[in-house]
Design a protein around this ligand. Structure first.
Ligand code: ADP
Ligand code: MG
Length: 284
């Protein structure tokens, strides 16, 4: 098991009149190479949960084990954790701060005290993997780049650390739907090819339905559902009652069924729905 979280509780401003219980007895395991989405309404605890994964937040109580390292153990060095868990924030481009693309991507590996040669290899390799031209961009300022390119530089910086898990906290905020699909698809291809697990925080079912192996639904600091997208989307009423919705196409198939068409409604992509409707038409 790559990540093991046991009885995790987190309270902000503990002991003050402004106490907020942000995580309420969370238990969770994530395997090597899994692609997991964490979905929930604003304030449900998603960011608080993922910030525990790389030691940005210390639990109020409970245990977190990442790749054999117990984060709650005082002996565990933060730099080991930060190498193992790559974290990309809501606006990855805000994480860029060096004067050249090269230096920006080299920053993490340089902190790991790797050799110049190894650093150079990792910068080239990760730029290639995210589709950035090394010669063209290495000496440019990250701030001269387009929004999409900036995000790629930030992602290359994480990849260059060779993490075991990548955590993305709403990485597509501010992108149009096309740009969003494109970058998530790319992230999936790049990281799963390396055997790196991905934890993607999102408030949109639509975005994650076709990408991930597993969805965790959070509400009021608890994980209330955990399963394959198809299984999770069967709970349409419960999801709607906590401000979430199932993908449009799943709703559409249910609406057809309610109108008397005997269809299998657990379709989560337009392609699956098309095939199911075809089968229906052939039968009738
Ligand atoms: P999400 O990422 O799902 O929107 P968060 O983890 O940010 O949720 O927030 C969970 C709860 O903790 C919310 O009630 C939020 O208001 C509260 N919270 C988040 N960050 C802080 C903070 N720095 N100080 C106090 N309360 C916070
Ligand atoms: Mg958040």
């Amino acid at each position: 098991m790559l990540i093991e979280i046991r009885n995790l509780n987190y309270i902000y401003n503990i002991g003050s009149p402004f106490e907020v219980k942000a995580l309420d007895n969370v238990n969770l395991s994530i395997d090597k190479g899994e692609f997991v989405a964490i979905i929930g309404h604003t304030g449900s605890g998603k960011s608080t949960l993922v910030q525990h994964l790389n030691g940005l937040i210390k639990p109020t109580s409970g245990e977190i084990i990442v790749d054999g390292h117990n984060l709650t153990d005082k002996e565990t060095k933060l730099n080991i954790i930060r190498q193992k868990v790559g974290l990309v924030f809501q606006y990855p481009e805000h994480q860029l701060f060096e004067e050249t693309v090269y230096k920006d991507i080299a920053f993490g590996p340089a902190n790991l005290k790797l050799s110049e040669e190894e650093i150079d290899f990792r910068v080239k390799d990760s730029m290639k993997k995210v589709g950035l031209d090394f010669e063209e961009l290495k000496d440019k300022s990250p701030f001269e780049l387009s929004g999409g390119q900036k995000r790629r530089v930030a992602i290359a910086g994480v990849l260059a650390m060779e993490p075991s898990v990548l955590v993305l906290d709403e990485p597509t905020a501010g992108l149009d739907p096309y740009g969003r699909d494109e970058i998530l698809e790319e992230i999936k291809n790049i990281f799963t090819a390396e055997g790196i697990a991905i934890v993607l925080v999102s408030h949109s079912m639509e975005d994650v339905a076709k990408l991930v192996d597993r969805i965790l639904v959070m509400n009021h600091g608890k994980i209330i559902m955990d399963g394959a997208p198809r299984e999770v989307f069967k709970n349409q009423d419960e999801l709607e009652s906590i401000g979430l919705s199932v993908p449009q196409i799943t709703k559409f198939m249910k609406a057809l069924k309610e109108r008397g068409f005997d269809l299998n409604t657990d379709c989560i992509t337009v392609e699956e729905a098309r095939d199911e409707i075809k089968r229906y038409l052939e039968r009738n």
